[in-house]
Design a protein around this ligand. Structure first.
Ligand SMILES: [Zn+2]
Length: 454
């Protein structure tokens, strides 16, 4: 048992003061009591505590090229030209390089206020495309990096089988990603064997996209993995929608909903280009829409139908995807600002009159992130993981605010990170904005980048 004491905290039924949270040996919350005295043995946090948000979509290796590919090229730049830059950087990344990059990313993830990450992991094979002696080599590296940082991880090994609709053969740039059904099964079996019982690891699967996984194979792997989250990229780009329509005479989300048992286990990453019928279908399915606003903006993807989807009770969460930015603040702010810019209204996603926009965004993202990662978290409540962030209420940006106004200040005011402490499974892993291993991890990251990009 350990005791955590917070000056204020957002509990399931609202804000409370002087909150004592008792946790058990596994880092689960036993009780959360408002108006409590602070026991002598409690760890005290002066600030406003809220449950952490999971970062539900990450490609850790892409952290190495964040901010690259921003000079204009020949003709029109798009997602597809950025992807060529990314593939070239991957050509040199060895397992230890990947681990160094991922560890840096995961420390940044924690310090930003995310308390879990779903790694949509597709860098499986050696640089020449050959298998490593251990087919799970790169997956082990992702989990090792998460454990170095102290960040709970949902590992989603990616099945990438083709480069386009109709089973088009993979390109040379995709040689490190490719599996057939049997190879993918060996990988997921090995991972279950190694991490099936771990408290800090959840396992799921990630069929990469409808263009990279033929229908029959998708049905097979969904049937072969009856438990854990299923994440898939879908309808991110108009070209992908057009290719899907040309091949199947159906749009991607429409096709997925018609052919797969899409439910609460599923997370549809991006889902940017949907008709109103598709928006209604996903909202009714109970699946999570995995929104990655800064990446979608950076790649010129388009804007998700947030207003309509949320009005229909659609569930959603946020991810930092390519890691052009690693911040729940930016993801949530851009979601609301995108909705404002396209509707020419304010407080679009607040969900009704006289409600805090940030409260709605944060609570939806907490719930959606927990569902998409499979971690029992997302609220400060008995039985759930004690994964909690503490906002710095002493900061001038939060001066003279309390309750929901603190959340509105966190999400909408300024650009100073306002997360001061981060608690994972009842233990502080970030204190006063510092992670105890951040210098060592950053040094290794910088040396690795010098080698990879130099
Ligand atoms: Zn992605």
């Amino acid at each position: 048992m350990s005791n955590l004491f917070f000056t204020s905290a957002l509990l399931p039924d609202g804000w409370a003061e002087n909150v004592l949270v008792e946790t058990d040996g596994r880092g689960r919350i036993v009780s959360a009591m408002p108006d409590a005295a602070c026991p002598a043995d409690a760890e005290r946090f002066a600030g406003a505590a809220v449950a952490g948000i999971a970062n539900l979509h990450s490609h850790a290796h892409q952290r190495a090229i964040a901010g690259m590919g921003e000079s204009s090229g020949e003709g029109s730049d798009s997602f597809w030209s950025w992807r060529e830059v990314m593939y070239r950087a991957l050509d040199r990344m060895a397992p230890e390089d990947f681990e160094a990059v991922a560890a840096q990313l995961y420390v940044e993830t924690l310090k930003a206020g995310f308390t879990a990450i779903a790694e949509f992991h597709y860098l499986h094979h050696d640089r020449d495309g050959g298998a490593y002696a251990d087919p799970a080599e790169m997956s082990h590296r992702a989990i090792a990096a998460a454990r170095t940082a102290g960040l709970p991880i949902t590992l989603l090994p990616v099945l990438y089988n083709a480069s386009g609709f109709g089973g088009t053969p993979p390109t040379a740039g995709q040689r490190r990603f490719i599996h057939d059904g049997a190879g993918f099964d060996r990988l997921t079996t090995a991972l279950r064997h190694s991490y099936g019982e771990a408290d800090d690891v959840q396992l799921g699967i990630a069929p990469h996209s409808l263009r990279a996984v033929p229908d029959g194979l998708l049905t097979e792997i969904v049937a072969a993995h009856p438990q854990g989250p299923i994440h898939i990229h879908i309808a991110e780009q108009r070209r992908e929608v057009e290719d899907c329509v040309a091949y199947r005479s159906r749009r991607p989300v429409e096709h997925l909903l018609d052919t797969q048992p899409v439910d609460g286990r599923w997370c549809l990453i991006h889902a940017t280009h949907m008709t109103e019928a598709e928006v209604a279908g996903v909202a009714a399915s109970g699946a999570i829409a995995g929104l990655c606003l800064t990446t979608e903006a950076n790649l010129g993807d388009g804007f998700f139908a947030a207003d309509s989807y949320m009005a229909q009770g659609g569930r959603w969460g946020i991810g930092s995807d390519s890691h052009i930015s690693v911040s729940p603040v930016e993801e949530l702010r851009w979601l609301e600002y995108g909705a404002r810019l396209t509707s020419e209204r304010r407080t679009v996603l607040a969900g009704g009159p006289r409600r805090s926009t940030a409260r709605r965004l944060v609570e939806d993202a907490q719930a959606g992130g927990a569902q998409a990662t499979g971690f029992e978290s997302g609220r400060i409540a008995a039985g759930l993981r004690a994964d909690i962030v503490v906002l710095d209420t002493d900061h001038p940006l939060l001066a003279a605010r309390e309750g929901d106004a603190l959340l509105d200040g966190w999400i909408f005011a300024g650009n100073t990170p306002l997360v001061r402490d981060v608690v994972i499974a009842g233990r502080a892993v970030v204190r006063d904005r510092r992670h105890p291993r951040e210098d060592e991890i950053a040094d290794r990251f910088k040396k690795t980048l010098g080698r990879l990009l130099g």
